[in-house]
Structures are given as structure tokens and as C-alpha cells.
Design a protein around this ligand. Structure first.
Ligand code: KIV
Ligand code: ZN
Length: 434
């Protein structure tokens, strides 16, 4: 029995729906150091990038997009530094991005000399608006651009057989493109690369700008998976952006629709409104009994490093990590949680079952002490719970009522939350304890 049970296992084990739920973790690819980095006010310098890379390795990411080496000297030198200083663990594959342009591909391969395992990631925009406004090219000319780039990649990979190469192709703005055209271009690219077990290939389908409800994107993924003739030979990846605020749902529905892999960023950094948040995705799985194969046991530390590297704050209500997410302010919530903890002591089952707390804060390195806070919104239970938990004092119901009135007066006067130490001091003062 796992600590967290799948949605349909509890509390109605006889329920036959939903019949389609995610049953295993996808392959994760962290693109913080590329998509995330390119969207920062101050892109990461060398030291911040090293710090971020080590963090991603410690979290357990096996695919890490480390940059866009042809974009700048900093990016190029960073990739060289990782390779020259043996910074890449054996089980980690670095990924680098390049546009489908010959001179950029040449430069990218210079950056990669001597690397052990690489995902070489080539993209070009394919949607009609881009063909017409940005490139002034026909459908066939765009296909030609993609296949010419792929042939160049094949030639370089063949010349450097000491590296284990995986080829990734992204038809940028896939979700805005004509779906049969997207399939046609991916077929043409795959025909050049010739995917097999020895020549792995990833087709990464981005919602470069999120433009539909998540179910529509998922339908596009399902259609792609069922109509792409080489589906069994390639890994299907998705890369959802968050323009409509639904990247998490889009990523989750994409897994149900057949995707194998997800690209995103920690805490949802990335262009404009960000990429899909990999921490939320992973912990959503975890809290439904599926191990994500990522380690977030010290979420606060991860949050601090990411804040420092990105120079961006994390919202206090951000799922799983925000400063307020394990707090209950209202009396009824506090009461329910108190009963949940009492029930937990009585029961001998191991699974997590707690009103208002979908995940055990301890699993993320957060403490129970922070869970119940006492302010003017609290009912009678909050202060009593703190006395019981911190000082072993079990107040009878009439004293709970009396003491909560005193606490209510204090919080009404100050308008502030009271800390456990302040509650203890008020208790001692009021009941004359020394
Ligand atoms: O959002 C996007 O389409 C991208 C591609 C380069 C994969 O970041
Ligand atoms: Zn992107």
C-alpha cells in the first residue's frame, strides 16, 4: 500500500470511473536553463547556471536542456565548461537547442565535441502565421528547411560516433498549425534521421503559445500519435506554455492522450507566462500514488535556489512550495485538520488521509508546526491545538471556548497572526502560570 492512493481507489473503491488515469511518470526534461533562462530579466551568468544545473541533477532530472550554444559566447562557453570539466553525471543526458539553420548547427556541434550523451534539439516554426508573416515561405519550403537541417545533424553525428546522440525535432507552434501538415513535416524529418533503438528520436510537440483549452491540445496529441506512421519508433514529448494559465492541465491531458515525455521548468518559469511547472506536475502524480522519480523532499531549499538563480519570487500560494500552502487560517479548517491529526494517531493505516491537506507537508521537508496558524479568522480549535501539540496541555471544552475568546480579542486588536510562542505567553499570563 502506498502512502497516497489513486483518485479512484478512495473513497469509493467500487467506482468504475474514471477509466483513464495517469499510471506512470513521464520522462521529464527540464528546460529551465534554456527556455527559462531566455525569459529572465537578467539571464543567468556562469555561476548561476552551474548552481541550477547541480540542483536539477540533485532533483533527479535525466534530460536537462542546458542552453542554446550558438546564441551567445556565455551559452557556448557554459556547454564547453560542463563537458571539459566532467560535470555531467553518467546517467544524465544534456540537451541543447538550435534553430534549423546550417551556421547555427555547425556552431552547436563545436560546443558539443567530446560530450558523452546529447539530445540535439532542432526547431523551426511551422504554423501558417509564421510561414506567411515571419518567413514568407511555402509549406514545402519550410519542410525543406527542416529536412536540410536534419541531414546536417545526421552528418555531424556520423562524424562523431563517440557521442551517444538522440535527435529531437520540434515543429514550433505545433498547436497553431494544420495538424496534417505538422505530421507531414515530422514524417519527412524522421525519414532523414531514420529512428531506431540505436538512433533514438524525440518529436517534441509544443504549444509555443497556449491557444486552446487543454482538451483540444490533448486531441491534437492523440491525433498525432494515431496518425504518425513511425509512432512506435519515436518518443513523443510535449512542451506546453501557460498563456491561458492551463499548462499543467494541458500536460496532464497530453499524457492521457499518449505523450511519453514533458518539457517544462521548476515552478513554471519560462517565456511570458512560463512553461509547464514540473514541480507541480511531479507532485500531483506523487499525491496520487505515482512516484515521479524526482526528489523534492526539501522543497523549500529547491525554492530558495531557484529564486536566487532566476532572480524571481515564488508566489506564497504557489502549489506545494508557497509560504502559505500548509497554513490554515479559518477556524473550521483548523478544526478539521486537528481532527485529522487525532484520527491519524488512532488509526494504524499508513496512507495519508487529511482534510484540507492533499499531501503530507513532511514529505516535502515542511513541518506540521506551521500548519495551523492563529489569527482573527481562527475558531476555538487553533489555539487549543497549539497548546496541546507544543505543551501537552489538553484544554477541556469550556476552557477552549474561554481561551479562544481571549485570543480572538488579541487578534482583533492587533489584526495580526499570533505565533505559538505568543499564544503560550498569553496563556501563561492569563491563567497565572509562572
Ligand atoms: O516554445 C517552444 O516552441 C520552444 C521550442 C523551441 C521547443 O521553446
Ligand atoms: Zn518554449
Amino acid at each position: 500500500e502506498t502512502k497516497y492512493r489513486p483518485f479512484n481507489a478512495f473513497p469509493f473503491p467500487e467506482r468504475t470511473w474514471p477509466n483513464n488515469t495517469i499510471t506512470k511518470a513521464p520522462i521529464w526534461c527540464a528546460v529551465d536553463m534554456r527556455d527559462g533562462n531566455q525569459s529572465l530579466i537578467n539571464p543567468m551568468d556562469h555561476d548561476r547556471k552551474i548552481r541550477f544545473f547541480k540542483l536539477l541533477v540533485d532533483c533527479g532530472f535525466k534530460h536537462i536542456e542546458v542552453g542554446f550554444p550558438s546564441a551567445s559566447e556565455t551559452e557556448f562557453n557554459f556547454v564547453r565548461y560542463l563537458i571539459d570539466n566532467n560535470m555531467i553525471p553518467e546517467d544524465v543526458t544534456i540537451q541543447v537547442l538550435t534553430a534549423a539553420r546550417p551556421e547555427l548547427i555547425e556552431r552547436t556541434f563545436e560546443a558539443l565535441k567530446g560530450a558523452k550523451k546529447v539530445v540535439i534539439h532542432v526547431y523551426n516554426a511551422i504554423a501558417e502565421i509564421f510561414r506567411r508573416i515571419v518567413f514568407n515561405k511555402s509549406q514545402d519550403e519550410i519542410i525543406d528547411m527542416a529536412t536540410t537541417a536534419t541531414q546536417l545533424v545526421v552528418d555531424h553525428c556520423n562524424k562523431n560516433p563517440e557521442t551517444h546522440w538522440t535527435f529531437e525535432y520540434s515543429p514550433e507552434n505545433f498547436s497553431l498549425a494544420e495538424i496534417d501538415y505538422a505530421i507531414r513535416i515530422c514524417e519527412a524529418v524522421a525519414d532523414v534521421w531514420k529512428p531506431s533503438e540505436q538512433r533514438p528520436m524525440i518529436i517534441n510537440l509544443p504549444s509555443s503559445v497556449e491557444a486552446s483549452t487543454p482538451n483540444v491540445f490533448a486531441d491534437q496529441i492523440e491525433y498525432f500519435c494515431t496518425h504518425f506512421s513511425q509512432r512506435d519508433k519515436v518518443c513523443i514529448s510535449v512542451h506546453p506554455h501557460n498563456d491561458r494559465g492551463t499548462a499543467i492541465a494541458t500536460a496532464e491531458l497530453s499524457l492521457l492522450a499518449g505523450a511519453d515525455r514533458i518539457e517544462g521548468c521548476l515552478f513554471g518559469n519560462g517565456e511570458r507566462t512560463g512553461n509547464a511547472d514540473l514541480v507541480v506536475l511531479a507532485l500531483n502524480l506523487y499525491s496520487q500514488g505515482i512516484h515521479p522519480n524526482l526528489d523534492f523532499h526539501d522543497i523549500k531549499h529547491i525554492g530558495e535556489v531557484v529564486k536566487e538563480c532566476n532572480e524571481l519570487p515564488i508566489h506564497p500560494r504557489h502549489p506545494y512550495v508557497g509560504d502559505l500552502v500548509f497554513s490554515a487560517f479559518s477556524g473550521s479548517h483548523q478544526d478539521a485538520i486537528k481532527k485529522g491529526f487525532q484520527n491519524r494517531q488512532k488509526q494504524n493505516h499508513t496512507y495519508w488521509e487529511m482534510p484540507y491537506l492533499p499531501i503530507d507537508p513532511a514529505d516535502l521537508g515542511c513541518s506540521y508546526e506551521a500548519v495551523i496558524r492563529v489569527n482573527s479568522q481562527s475558531g476555538k480549535s487553533g489555539a487549543a491545538w497549539i497548546l496541546q501539540q507544543n505543551h501537552g496541555i489538553e484544554l477541556p471544552p469550556h476552557l477552549q471556548r474561554e481561551f479562544s475568546t481571549i485570543i480572538q480579542q488579541k487578534t482583533d486588536q492587533s489584526g495580526h497572526e499570533l505565533t505559538p510562542a505568543e499564544i503560550w505567553s498569553i496563556f501563561r499570563e492569563h491563567y497565572g502560570l509562572t
